[in-house]
Design a protein around this ligand. Sequence first.
Ligand SMILES: [Zn+2]
Length: 131
Amino acid sequence: MAFWRVLQVLRRSVPRAAAYPRTVDLSRPCVRAMSAGGIPTDEEQATGLERKVLDALKKGEDPFNIRKPKTYPGTKDNPHVVPSVNKQRIVGCICEEDNSQIIWFWAHEGQVNRCPQCGAHYKLVPYELPH
Ligand SMILES: [Zn+2]
């Protein structure tokens, strides 16, 4: 009697197992977007400040200086740009690429600012913080 019961249970479970195959169909792309019922992406779930930053980055803006700053050769015609909310700012110059020493000096708005050791030019540019 017990053996007959086991066969009944097995017979019922076979159609269920066929309805949910365990193999992964690699021909279909993996869809994880929230619209497809998957995990939401950062753009789909971001709110508040994170949303503002993502929207600004889409427009090509960088209001919170997230991206790496643009580099300049540091010549008189093309000086290093130093953004500042004040009229002066302390600048640190690593004169050569593999130097471990930083040369600190003041850069002033409207003046020619040069590193006292290597002579690289720096230009102070007014910068407003985003509100
Ligand atoms: Zn220098």
